[in-house]
Design a protein around this ligand. Structure first.
Ligand SMILES: *Cc1c(COP(=O)(O)O)cnc(C)c1O
Length: 402
């Protein structure tokens, strides 16, 4: 068995070493952060203090700079909690109590959004495309044409449960043509996959600190049209998740309404500056794409197959089918990979067994080559000579458009 490799031994490229000897998190957030990001948390800030208020301004402006908004139509509202809190805040604040949301689901996060709509007692129209089939623009147009009560459409940008990159541009076109409003859960994509407001005409979108910007968990953020933020007054079912109230208070006082995650914000600013230095969304996306290409090519060489055809693969996370060989056991594979320095992610498909490998975080193609090497060794240790999936997996995949 090879000796466990720590992050710093392997991150031989340009990336700053996280230095702590922990395994790499090949998961879609929390993810592997840089040492500088972690180090930024070694200080306490007063939430009312001018210095922290300036940090909040930098955070909001830094995120708005990634949206393509040149006319100042958008604003950014950070919200305490994990990403799901921000999704809930967005739905509750922008969809009026009499509103109805068409949720486009092809995985766990779409289903969770639909459940949230139900909790909030807004009207729901639910399209469930199964484990990974993408919702298409023409389907959305057809549904909107038959249901005039739908006020909003909610789309998942990268559905992290399969790793599919959903066609948000064609969905946006259909929503705009029908005169409805678009909400986007871009949690796992924002910062690495373009979401330009001039292309994808959303009313609001959400993401969080611990995904492609590479911060630590602790808050999410809503980016929305100022008009809509204004109009959202009084919609929210929740005191603490009221986006309008957080926005208005922040604009007036420079402060978050309730205790902000000060250390998380400090870490996030370091991550945001590193994002800019790396070259912004395009460069971050390019590094993740190389990570994905290296891991996909390497795993295919070992006989593994991806759930998705290349066209639908995101640079965020990739689902692989488990090998058909009976000697392959996911829990054993997981432990072997962990021993070698990599935490992988179980799959979420209902039809066939699978696992996922994340491409985001402080990792580069050198790391991904070592991931493939570790998988190869793990197969040998398990006595699996061929990693090809069962026939049924390939039959499933054939249903997907090329
Ligand atoms: C991570 C993620 C969320 C939020 O999940 P939390 O566990 O609440 O942070 C929501 N949607 C998508 C697509 C995600 O990837």
């Amino acid at each position: 068995m090879s000796k466990p490799q720590s992050q710093n031994e392997m991150n031989a490229g340009r990336l700053e070493s996280p230095r702590l000897g922990e395994p790499f998190l090949l998961t879609p957030g929390p993810l592997t952060t840089s040492y500088a990001v972690k180090e930024a948390m070694l200080r306490d800030w007063g939430s009312w203090d001018g210095e922290f208020r300036a940090m909040t301004v930098e955070l909001r402006e830094g995120l708005l700079a990634l949206t393509g908004d040149t006319e100042g139509v958008l604003d950014c509202v950070p919200m305490q909690g994990s990403g799901s809190f921000a999704v809930e805040a967005m739905i509750g604040s922008f969809v009026p109590k009499s509103g109805k949301v068409l949720v486009l689901a092809n995985g766990a996060y779409g289903k969770r959004a639909a459940e949230t709509v139900k909790y909030l007692e807004r009207g729901l129209s639910f399209v469930d495309k199964g484990d990974y089939m993408p919702p298409r623009g023409d389907e959305v147009a057809a549904i909107l044409a038959t249901d005039p009560d739908i006020t909003h459409v909610l789309a998942i940008h990268c559905e992290t449960s399969s790793g599919i990159l959903n066609p948000v541009k064609e969905i946006s076109d259909a929503v705009e043509a029908a005169g409805r409003k678009l909400l986007v859960d871009s949690m796992s994509a924002f910062g690495a996959v373009d979401l330009d407001i001039n292309e994808v005409r959303y009313e609001a979108m959400v993401s969080s600190a611990n995904k492609c910007i590479e911060g630590v968990p602790g808050f999410g953020f809503i980016i929305a049209c100022k008009d809509s933020l204004e109009a959202a007054k009084g919609n929210s079912h929740s005191l603490s998740l009221d986006v309008h109230a957080q926005w208005a208070h922040m604009n007036k006082t420079g402060q978050w309404r309730f205790t902000p995650p000060t250390h998380v914000v400090a870490a996030f600013l370091v991550a945001l500056r590193a994002h800019k230095e790396e070259g912004g969304v395009a460069a971050r996306g390019a590094r993740y794409t190389r990570n994905r290409d290296v891991v996909v090519a390497g795993m295919r060489d070992l006989g593994f197959e991806t759930l998705l055809k290349d066209r639908w693969l995101s640079p965020i996370i990739v689902t692989f089918f488990c090998p058909a060989d009976e000697r392959f056991e996911f829990t054993r594979f997981y432990e072997l990979m962990k021993d070698k320095g990599f935490i992988i992610y179980p799959g979420k498909l209902t039809v066939v067994d699978s696992f996922r490998i994340g491409c985001i975080g402080q990792m580069d193609e050198h790391v991904m080559r070592n991931v493939v090497r570790a998988a190869k060794e793990a197969l040998v240790e398990m006595g699996v000579a061929d990693a090809s999936p069962p026939e049924i997996a390939l039959i499933e995949r054939a249903k997907l458009a090329a």
